[in-house]
Design a protein around this ligand. Structure first.
Ligand SMILES: [Zn+2]
Length: 412
C-alpha cells in the first residue's frame, strides 16, 4: 500500500524540542522541558479532534480515539511511546537534516567534520537505498528514540480520524516521560489508562517485533574478614578485600560475561567493588531469558563465594538477591493474540516480522507485569544515544501503516 503520512513532518518538529531527562533529578518528570513537548502534543491531539487528550499530575499524556460505529466491544488497545531523550548525549538545539534519496554515499554531518555516517560501519543503511534518511547535524543526538515512536503514533491517530471507513475499536494513546532514566512507568496508572493491551513503538529496524527481554536480578555479596594490626596479624588477619578480589578473579572468563555473550546467552556481571579489610562488597548484575537460568546463575555465584570463604573460619559472606525486572514473554505467552495481531499487521504492510530478543529491560516489560501486556514494535531508530543516530522517512511511514493495520486487525 505504501501510505505517505505526516510522521516525518511531525518528527522534524518534535526533535527541535529539548526533552532530555535527568538521572540526578528527584522530580517527576525529571525535567520540566519534557512537559513542553507533552503540552504541545495535547494541543495537537485536541486540534485533531481527540477531545479528552490531557496530562495528569505526573506528565503522562493520555488520549482516546473512540471506536468506529459497531466496534465498541472490540478490546481496547493502546500505543505508547516516550518523549524524553537520553541524558548521555546533548539534545539541545537539535538540527535535523533530511538526506533525500540515499544512494550509499557518506552522510557528512556539518557541525562536526568527524561525524560521518558510512554504510560500511552501518550495514542497516544498505536497506535504505532510495529512502530519505534523517540525521542530526553532528553535535547532538537526533531523538528518534523515541520521538520517531511519538510521531508515528500521532500520524496514525490523524490517519484513523481522517479515514472513518477504517474499522477499529477504542484506541488509547499514551506518551510517557523519563523512560531513559528508568522511571517511565513509575506512576503510570494502568487501571485509569483503561487499555487491555498495548504496543510500545520504541524499536529499531523495520519488521522488528520484540516479545522477550532479559529477566534481571541484582546481587550484592558482602564479604566479612577479620582485621587486626597488620604488624601482628600473622595467622589471624583475613582480608575481606582479598576475598572479594578472589571471588571476582574466579568468575568465568570464557563465557557468562557481558563481553563474551550475545543472543540468548545470559551473564553475570560484577559492576562495583568496594571495601577494606573488615568488610567488602561486590555488586553483580544477573541476566538470563529464563527464570531457571537466572536461578542457576545465582546458585553458581553463591557456591563460588562459599568456596572463597570456606578456608577461613573467621570469614563469612552474606548474599542479597533482588529482582530487577522479568521477561515479558512470561506474560505475553498468556495473550498470544497481542503478538498475533502485530504479526498480521506487519504482513499486511508487506513486511516480514522478525522476532528479536531485548538484552535489557523495557517499559513494555514493566507494563506487562503491571497488567498491560505490551510487546515492542520497530519505530525505525538506529544508532540511538549517539550523534550518528538516524531514521528514515519511509520507515516511519511503515510504522504508521503497521499501527493502522493493528487497529484494523483487532476490529475484524
Ligand atoms: Zn527508547
Amino acid at each position: 500500500m505504501g501510505l505517505s503520512t505526516s510522521a516525518a513532518t511531525r518528527f522534524l518538529k518534535y526533535v527541535t524540542v529539548d526533552t532530555q531527562s535527568d538521572e540526578q533529578s528527584e522530580a517527576y518528570p525529571s525535567t520540566p522541558r519534557q512537559l513542553v513537548l507533552l503540552r504541545q502534543l495535547v494541543t495537537e491531539l485536541q486540534d485533531m479532534g481527540v477531545a479528552d487528550a490531557g496530562l495528569d499530575q505526573y506528565g503522562y499524556l493520555t488520549a482516546t480515539i473512540p471506536a468506529t460505529p459497531g466496534k465498541e466491544q472490540v478490546p481496547v488497545i493502546s500505543f505508547i511511546a516516550h518523549v524524553d531523550t537520553s541524558p548521555e548525549v546533548s539534545g539541545t538545539d537539535v538540527r535535523p537534516l533530511v538526506h533525500e534519496n540515499y544512494d550509499g554515499r557518506d552522510l557528512v554531518l556539518p557541525d562536526d567534520p568527524g561525524a560521518v555516517l558510512r554504510e560500511v560501519d552501518n550495514p542497516e543503511l544498505a536497506d535504505q537505498r532510495g529512502n530519505d534518511i534523517i540525521t542530526a547535524s553532528g553535535g547532538t543526538l537526533l531523538g528518534s528514540d523515541d520521538k520517531a515512536g511519538v510521531a508515528e503514533i500521532m500520524a496514525a491517530a490523524e490517519h484513523l480520524i481522517r479515514h472513518p471507513e477504517i474499522p477499529h475499536g477504542t484506541i488509547k494513546i499514551g506518551f510517557t516521560p523519563d523512560e531513559e532514566v528508568g522511571r517511565g512507568t513509575q506512576h503510570f496508572d494502568t487501571a485509569r489508562f483503561g487499555a487491555e493491551y498495548a504496543y510500545t513503538l520504541d524499536g529499531s529496524k523495520v519488521g522488528d517485533l520484540e516479545i522477550e527481554n532479559f529477566s534481571a536480578d541484582a546481587m550484592t555479596l558482602t564479604f566479612r574478614g577479620f582485621n587486626v594490626h597488620p604488624g601482628y596479624a600473622k595467622g589471624r588477619m583475613v582480608s575481606a578485600l582479598k576475598l572479594a578480589s578472589e571471588f571476582v578473579h574466579r568468575l568465568p572468563r570464557h563465557g557468562l560475561s557481558p563481553e563474551t555473550t550475545d543472543g540468548y546467552d545470559g551473564y553475570v556481571h560484577p559492576h562495583n567493588i568496594q571495601g577494606g579489610v573488615e568488610r567488602a562488597t561486590v555488586k553483580m548484575l544477573l541476566r538470563d531469558f529464563t527464570a531457571k537460568g537466572l536461578d542457576d546463575k545465582a546458585r553458581m555465584l553463591a557456591d563460588l563465594a562459599d568456596e572463597v570463604v570456606r578456608p577461613f573460619p573467621s570469614a563469612s559472606v552474606q548474599i542479597d538477591r533482588k529482582e530487577s525486572y522479568r521477561n515479558m514473554k512470561e506474560v505475553l505467552d498468556r495473550y498470544p493474540e497481542v503478538v498475533e495481531h502485530a504479526k498480521t499487521a506487519m504482513e499486511r504492510a508487506g513486511l516480514t516480522p522478525r522476532f528479536r530478543e531485548i538484552r535489557g529491560g523495557t517499559d513494555g516489560a514493566r507494563l506487562s507485569f503491571m497488567g498491560l501486556p505490551t510487546p515492542n514494535l520497530f519505530a525505525g531508530e538506529h544508532n540511538i544515544h549517539s550523534r550518528l543516530e538516524w531514521t528514515s522517512v519511509q520507515d516511519m511511514d511503515k510504522a504508521v501503516e503497521v499501527i493502522v493495520e493493528i487497529c484494523r486487525s483487532w476490529a475484524e
